[in-house]
Ligand binder design. Structure first.
Ligand SMILES: [Zn+2]
Ligand SMILES: [Zn+2]
Length: 352
């Protein structure tokens, strides 16, 4: 067997990578799981006539982590889509991306990639209002661009393919980059959209405000209702848990394999040493029995009869330690006197 005691560089690198990935995935998983736990504990606050009274009665006039569902309403101005008629909103994001294919020299495949060329986001102040038109109370959403998750609707997309000529194509094969074109998108948070905002809810000078929460809690603005938002986060946590378990199992198996190989190698080395010592002892005993002096035995003498010249090779072990008559005299199943490996074949040696 070709197993050596020292693990190879590749094995060490694999073990290090899988351990590092396990640690990384675990920290992400823990963070995501903590977020879900905090989301479940977050206080659901309805937008109703009692909202301001409720807030002024609680200590600090603040709910540290609140879930508020409502309808997007502009405060004064609104933003109009640059491409779609009668499409008004409070957040508008314009993105210009270059799509291209890059030649992967390892896999020999063209891979699709995107490169952000330009992005601009415009916002105007906006409120969350009740779904019920009768309720006049609204909650201001402060600094929406700080949100860890800001879920906008894609209202416009235009893809402008790159022009291809023969000389271009040759250039692309040489450079390993083939442009596909430029993609322009417009995303908006539209007026009248139902959204869920999770953040810190405060009453500040008579104005109810939602803002980025403290203690590293994520600020979320989503077009999903709270239940769907929670399920989405939970499925993300499950995915990370699977990744942690898979990576951890791989690292564990690799470690066990390396330890087992090391143990096997040492066990075999010990066994070989023991057999050799026993052989030496056996040989010394034979010398005593035959009254032969250790010094008088020629280095090439048969290890069994101690007199004739060694004249055969034992396979598979390859030892040359006995003469042919002694080989014939070995009891069946024949074993090499030196290492005790079974003798499959004997090859006579012819000295010229
Ligand atoms: Zn012999
Ligand atoms: Zn042998």
């Amino acid at each position: 067997m070709g197993s050596s005691e020292k693990p190879s560089t590749v094995q060490i690198a694999l073990l290090a990578t899988s351990s590092a990935l396990t640690t990384l995935f675990y920290s992400i998983y823990k963070k995501r799981a903590a977020t879900v736990a905090r989301l479940k504990e977050a206080k659901k606050v309805p937008i109703d006539q009692d909202l301001k009274n409720y807030l002024s009665d609680i200590p600090g006039r603040c709910v540290p982590y609140a879930v508020v569902e409502g309808v997007v309403k502009s405060v004064k101005e609104t933003l109009s889509s640059q491409y779609v008629n009668n499409c008004k909103g409070v957040i508008e994001r314009l993105t210009l991306k270059e799509k291209k294919m890059v030649w992967n020299r390892t896999t020999h495949i063209w891979n699709d990639t995107e490169e952000l060329i330009h992005q601009r986001t415009n916002t105007v102040p906006f409120d969350l209002a009740s779904h019920d038109d009768e309720v006049a109370v609204a909650v201001r959403v402060v600094r929406p661009l700080d949100a860890a998750e800001l879920d906008l609707e894609k209202v416009y997309e235009n893809f402008q393919p790159a022009t291809q000529s023969l000389s271009n194509v040759i250039g692309h094969f040489l450079s390993g980059e083939r442009p596909k074109g430029v993609c322009e998108t417009e995303e908006m948070l539209r007026l009248g959209e139902s959204v869920t905002v999770v953040g810190e809810l405060v009453l500040d000078h008579g104005l109810a405000k939602l803002q980025s929460p403290k203690q590293g809690l994520p600020y979320l603005i989503s077009r999903l209702d709270f239940q769907s938002l929670l399920s989405k986060q939970e499925s993300g946590v499950r995915l990370w848990r699977v990744l942690v378990l898979a990576c951890g199992a791989a690292a564990g198996c690799l470690l066990l394999l390396l330890l087992w190989r090391r143990y096997e190698h040492r066990r075999r080395a010990r066994q070989e040493r023991r057999v050799l010592l026993e052989f030496k002892e056996w040989q010394r005993r034979r010398m005593r029995e035959q009254g032969v002096d250790e010094e008088a035995v020629a280095p090439g003498a048969c290890a069994v009869c101690l007199s004739r010249e060694r004249s055969c090779v034992f396979l598979e072990c390859g030892h040359v330690c006995a003469c042919e008559p002694c080989y014939q005299a070995l009891l069946r199943p024949k074993k090499c006197p030196m290492c005790r490996a079974p003798i499959d074949r004997m090859v006579p040696l012819y000295n010229s």
